[in-house]
Design a protein around this ligand. Sequence first.
Ligand SMILES: [Zn+2]
Length: 481
Amino acid sequence: MMITPSPTTAPALCPDLENLLPPQRESLLRGLAGQLRVATRAADQNLGHLEEQLLRGGQELFRQMLEQAAQEKAAAAPPQCPHCQNKLRRLTEGHGTTIQTRWGNIRVRRARGYCRRCKRWRFPADALLGLPDQGTQSPGVQEIAALTVSKMPAPEAEQVVERLTGVKISAGTLARAARVQGQRAEEKRQRLDAHMSTPAGRDQQDGDLQLQLPLDPFTLVIELDAWNIRERDEHWGRSAALRAQGQEPARWHWAYGGTCFRLNQRAQTAGGRPVILSRGTVMTRGGVDALKEQLWAEAMRRGLGRANEVLIVADGAVWIWNLTGDRFPGARQRVDFYHVSQHLWAVAHTLHPDDEAAARTWVEPLLAKLKADASCQVITELEQLQARLEGAAQARVQKEVNYLHSQRARMDYGTAKQKGEPLGSGAMESTCRQYQARFKRTGQFWSQTGDEALMCLETFRRNGRWHLLFPHAQPPDPSKN
Ligand SMILES: [Zn+2]
């Protein structure tokens, strides 16, 4: 027997909850249901139309609920300075402000008082609500700005945000908000990094960052690379004048990056593509010194202090090996295999400038020897070859012999294969390419502060630390580290 529930009125809400519901909820919900009804009956509308109706139609309902809840939260803020906790003086109520949220603008009234210690007027509710010192964006909108503008130019972000949330936030607002969040991320990174060099700082691994290190011995791999970026700099707008003086405006600047991971966190996808299950990345426009400090702190988080051994893999750039000797003394060093092979190919093309097949026939046995840890043999062969050459060809081969000599100790590719270690710095190079996809678009110019801030946001997200900037966001699952 079917029991049909008798139509009853909904139980009365306790007054406490009642306050959080908008007074016109009945009419808002009925309006929404009406729109859904139309869409369900329209033959040319699908589930997407229903989703759209709820997104657009639910906006006002949620906006009103948010406004009410925010008002209650603001009213509960203690009359203290949010910066120094000093009791505020000359407190007055009812100072209105408009806050941009992901459901549109809300109005909140809150108290204002004077902090004698900071010598400033304060709105304690603003800190409690998570509003920035400058600007009126809610934490949700701050996050939306940070996430989209670190991925795409602000005018595109404006369109994407409007399409996905139904709320229009101007490109200018998104760009400004993203920059503020990026600068906040930089400050946070600096604090985390400085903390890492203190004994208590090591707890970062087990606390906020949710990184868990294994008890078994492990090899920590660090890969480094650099790329260049176009910026608005001191020469901006003076290119013609500079060129007239015979100077070339310096507009391309270097971004330096590094990544660290435990060797046993390298794996393969079902399709055979190599992946790294968990790793820490740093990327900076602040020069090699900034990279050095950031990379050391990140390596510490990833187990530098407990690693059995450290392996540095990179291309042949001199700054890398200087940094390595300085910050990671005792680490094994490996020069990227592809990079070395390019030097051998240069010789091959010198010997066989117009015959690619002959060049390949010449180079392949040498590459095989490199892979079998026989770099000394390769160098000897090149030296013998060089003795038989003259002129430009001899100079060219000499140059490559010198290069190979300088890197001899870093070409242990046979050992690498045996131990399942990376032969090259491909993981970091592909990371650099991903950053470039955002920061190196045609016709796009950046300022150093602007790109460092946005890059820092991108790095926080990659490293699973987004929740440290936006506590309302879910932290990553620690079991995935
Ligand atoms: Zn104060």
